[in-house]
Design a protein around this ligand. Structure first.
Ligand SMILES: *Cc1c(COP(=O)(O)O)cnc(C)c1O
Length: 405
């Protein structure tokens, strides 16, 4: 059996005609930039998140960057982010002229270790970007409390977490603003690049709206930095249709996750843990296993595609080589990067595919255990990660699209 990491074609199959009609409608209207479809999608997405405003942009990176700029963050400022995230969280900060300040992640949730945020704050700190990694919300109460204490802005990086919830609230409505990506493999994906800033602050919404379109507050009056980060009309028309499916797709992901969990838990891999207060939307299903490379090789031989999100933490990326961070500084993020493996996870996945992946994982682990005691997989309690966190019940880990470069 072949199991792709993600199958968008199968996901689009049931809504293919509707999507096709929307694409033709945009073509026939001949209005390709912003316009009514974008405005309607913005209203619908803001409503979906329980926020007042949403401003469509050209990708998740731009959403993060314009949100930071809208709060006046730039040169001389510091922004706290997790060490385990996609590079965009850090580069958005860098591109504003501010400095990303990293904090290690929690060994259970793989999200920012909220107990370590305080010690990363300096007089230059202006904002925190919690990343709802893999589709699981960050423990936001302590983040918001710390931010309130130090008068900081909180911008949620919700690029992997469309529809995730935290104690009954949708991600995107908890911080001062939030950024989402519509990269095709995200839980809500466009037919190309796209992103959106969500906020309930009307001034911030107005500034992002101006910033995405050449700094115009009125036509041909360029009062803010003249960027071009507009969301295409055609993407908005696709996203409006797909948004209506999002809850159903997320439920399908959650159901796959339950199947994986029932097969894999209690065995030789560490499976994601899920708190009942957090609606995890499993953008990625990330397990931890000590001999990751051999498991990944075995699964490839069995026709199963997997991914690693991410193999190198932000501070060890070549681009950040001169940022003053060194190896060993974020031990949890570093250890995770060597042990995490993202299993196939997509809404159109068949039950027999999930079971096949699960049983292939188990077969490899029991095989390698028989073969070589030294290379056997660690038991859950043997995977010791420096427990820096005193906090945190169990929620989960998740990662990003494999087709991401
Ligand atoms: C995908 C992603 C982004 C960036 O989104 P793009 O649309 O690719 O620019 C930012 N942060 C995280 C956590 C992501 O997964």
């Amino acid at each position: 059996m072949k199991v792709p990491f993600i199958d968008l074609e199968a996901q689009h199959q049931p809504i293919r005609d509707e999507l096709r009609r929307a694409l033709y409608r945009v073509m026939d209207d001949g209005a390709f930039i912003l316009g009514e479809e974008v405005t309607l999608f913005e209203q619908e997405f803001a409503g979906y998140c329980g926020a007042s405003y949403a401003v469509g942009v050209d990708c998740g990176l731009s959403a993060l960057k314009l949100a930071l700029l809208a709060f006046g963050i730039g040169a001389g400022d510091e922004v706290v982010i997790p060490a385990n995230t996609f590079i965009a969280t850090a580069s958005a900060v860098t591109f504003t002229g501010a400095r990303p300040v990293l904090v290690d992640v929690d060994a259970t949730t793989f999200n920012i270790d909220v107990t370590q945020i305080e010690s990363a704050i300096t007089p230059r700190t202006r904002a925190i970007i919690p990343v709802h990694l893999y589709g699981q919300a960050v423990d936001m109460d302590p983040v918001m409390d710390t931010a309130a204490c130090h008068d900081l802005i909180v911008i949620e990086d919700a690029c992997q977490a469309h529809g995730a919830r935290y104690k009954g609230r949708s991600v995107g409505s908890i911080g001062h603003a939030a950024a989402f990506s519509f990269y095709p493999s995200k839980n809500l994906g466009a037919f190309g690049d796209g992103g959106i800033v969500v906020t309930s602050d009307s001034e911030v919404a107005n500034r992002v709206q101006a910033l995405r379109n050449y700094g115009q507050e009125q036509r041909y009056v360029h009062s803010l930095e003249p960027h071009n980060h507009r969301l295409d009309t055609i993407q908005a028309s696709v996203l409006r249709i797909k948004l209506r499916q999002l809850d159903e797709w997320n439920e399908a992901r959650r159901s796959m996750a339950r199947t994986y969990e029932s097969q894999l838990s209690g065995g030789e891999v560490v499976t994601p843990s899920e708190s009942p207060d957090f609606r995890h939307v499993y953008h990625l299903y990330v397990i931890r296993v000590r001999d990751r490379e051999s498991l990944q090789r075995h699964l490839r031989e069995e026709g199963i595609d997997t991914g690693i999100h991410y193999p190198t933490p932000v501070h060890l990326q070549p681009y950040y080589a001169n940022s003053g961070y060194r190896q060993g500084q974020f031990p949890v993020a570093e250890q995770l990067s060597g042990e995490i493996l993202s299993l196939p996870m997509f809404p159109a996945m068949l039950a027999e595919q999930v079971e096949y992946v699960g049983s292939s994982v188990l077969a490899h682990l029991s095989g390698s255990q028989k073969g070589d005691r030294k290379n056997r997989q660690p038991k859950r309690e043997e995977i010791s990660i420096p427990q820096t966190s005193t906090s945190v019940e169990s929620y989960e880990p998740r990662a990003v699209p494999t087709d991401k470069a």
